[in-house]
Design a protein around this ligand. Sequence first.
Ligand SMILES: Nc1ncnc2c1ncn2[C@@H]1O[C@H](COP(=O)(O)OP(=O)(O)OP(=O)(O)O)[C@@H](O)[C@H]1O
Length: 303
Amino acid sequence: MEMIKVNQLTKKYGATKVLKGINLIIYQGEVFGFVGHNGAGKSTLIHILTDIVNKSGGSFEMLGISDNHVNETKKRIGVMPDITNLYENMKGIDFLRYMGDLAGDNYSKKYYISLMKDVGLEGAEKKKIKSYSFGMKKKISIAQALLGNPEIIILDEPTSGLDPESAIEIRKLVTNLQKSGKTIFLTSHNLDEIEKISDRVGILSEGVIKKMGTPRELKTETKEDIGLLIRTKPVLTAANISKVSEALDMNVSFVDTQKDYTFLNVTSEDDIPKLSKEIMESGILLYELKVEERSLEEVFMNT
Ligand SMILES: Nc1ncnc2c1ncn2[C@@H]1O[C@H](COP(=O)(O)OP(=O)(O)OP(=O)(O)O)[C@@H](O)[C@H]1O
């Protein structure tokens, strides 16, 4: 099922066009990672989808419901608020109860306690938010997004500013939410993280989604050469490579050697088995062959 569908969405602030025609479909149960430079318009899109900011043009559907009827979807979408909007003088559980009450929901104390446990805040229910660590504040923001068991959860930079351990905890939480059937739309500046937890990634640049796909698709789609790292005895030299290249009549280029390793480029995946066979048949012992992966960061920098 299409949980979020965005069609030619635009947004202008005054004369500045921030979003110039966003097209996007997010399916049920996906974790979709949305990345872009500072000021690219990620939060603007989130604010439009959650009815905080008006669109300038185009349309969108949330849970199959048109943006003309956005009120009907609000209870089914959870949005993590900015942690600067937390009521710091309130105890954690009172804050959640207050937000629940504001939404017109009447949950039991047990519900709020279990919600705090779900986000890893067990034992902190009666502590004031101002005494929480940065990571705990992020967690209670996520708990607020989970109030009412929404089907779509939108998290704007859930791990920014967190130490690695807390970031791992939040990532686990996202994975558990996905396992429980939620659809998650998240932004992050941490591309390693986006790559680890997202099923698909969209890169927003110059007002449009320039690239979209699984992390693997993005990392392989624009790659011209395939980098190989080979460990052999004896170590392959430029002369060996040019001989192999000639024998196979294919374009294998020598890049460098470091200790026991040789770095090479080939132009097609099909060259890899041919190359390894040729090396072994020439009496050179092949210990290791690795395809060097492009990082999502490289893809992002080239977008
Ligand atoms: N209310 C507003 N009025 C005018 N311009 C705005 C407003 N809100 C955002 N902008 C501008 O729109 C652009 C996109 O901002 P937005 O916050 O959506 O980017 P972002 O991708 O979320 O950035 P970041 O990664 O830094 O959070 C920026 O140039 C910003 O200055």
